[in-house]
Design a protein around this ligand. Structure first.
Ligand SMILES: Nc1ncnc2c1ncn2[C@@H]1O[C@H](COP(=O)(O)OP(=O)(O)OP(=O)(O)O)[C@@H](O)[C@H]1O
Ligand SMILES: [Mg+2]
Length: 269
């Protein structure tokens, strides 16, 4: 089964360093890890660096995968619409990325199944340019899944989805990961989703990994105050699940502190 480790990962845009020294001991097959942190912290940059879309210091170590970098798939935060293509064509194009252009029957079946699994088969022959924001986000997920990634980097995959679709998509990805051993990293602003679906969480702040570990330990009131600058409570709902309740922004946000030395992610339970 595939495993992913990061060592001293950094990135810069021109001379502006936006990510430094991110390290993760090991992310195991089938695990879901939330990547959380404020706007502009460096989450998307981390994903692009792991996917090899930008260069920088450090090592992305992928063990037990025959596909190398092709095993890693990045689902971007912005789902740009190429108005010329239909949904089906765009998903087919994603499936063929990096391989020969000859299309096999099995690939067409796989595309049909992926569209059905995400309940967007009705959109297959609609133009991308005429979709709603949420529909476009689901197509973007289909484009990622049809490539059968061993590591899936999902950048705010539910930001445009309604409540039903949010839990449907996250539940679907969680069960797919469990079934296939796919490693999933998900950048999320909804910390209740992180608590519910991701065993582990990594907090990125000011371009560094501030803390990492079990989501239920990492997402606590002190972290919410220090990193997100909000007064918040973690309370148990009637089903016993932890919930983040945000009361107010911190009135005097303390000046940005250098991130604490990174702690290592324990193996997922
Ligand atoms: N293409 C780019 N060129 C120059 N600077 C960039 C580029 N992309 C991102 N940045 C800068 O890098 C920093 C990190 O951006 P990044 O997109 O990784 O943040 P993020 O944590 O994903 O934020 P958000 O939650 O808003 O999506 C920001 O200061 C941003 O302005
Ligand atoms: Mg981002």
């Amino acid at each position: 089964m595939v495993a992913l480790a990061l060592d001293g990962i950094g990135a810069a845009y021109g001379r502006h360093i936006v990510l430094a020294d991110v390290g993760i001991d090991v992310l195991k097959a089938g695990s879901l890890t939330a990547v959380i942190g404020p706007n502009a912290a460096g989450k998307s940059t981390l994903f692009k660096r792991i996917a090899g879309l930008i260069k920088g210091p450090g090592l992305v170590e992928l063990s037990d995968s025959a596909r190398g970098e092709r095993a890693i798939c990045y689902m971007p935060q912005d789902t740009g619409a190429n108005a010329v293509l239909t949904v089906y064509e765009s998903v087919l194009l994603a499936a063929k990325q990096g391989s020969s252009w000859k299309v096999h029957d099995g690939e067409l079946v796989e595309i049909d199944e992926t569209l059905k699994a995400l309940r967007i088969e009705d959109l297959a022959f609609r133009g991308l340019g005429e979709l709603s924001g949420g529909q476009r986000q689901l197509v973007s997920l289909a484009q990622a899944l049809v490539r059968r990634p061993e590591v899936l980097l999902m950048d705010e995959p539910t930001s445009a989805l309604d409540l039903h679709r949010q839990i449907e998509v996250l539940g679907f990805v969680a069960s797919l990961a469990e079934r296939t051993g796919m490693i999933v990293l998900i950048a999320l602003h909804d910390l209740n989703h992180a608590l519910r679906y991701c065993a582990n969480a990594i907090v990125i702040a000011n371009g560094q990994m501030a803390v990492s570990g079990a989501s239920a330990e990492v997402i606590n009131e002190a972290m919410l105050r220090d990193i997100y600058k909000v007064n918040a409570r973690i309370e148990r709902c009637s089903k016993g699940r932890p919930l983040v309740i945000v009361d107010s922004p911190c009135l005097e946000a303390p000046a940005a502190q250098p991130a604490q030395p990174a702690q290592k992610v324990p193996a997922p339970v």
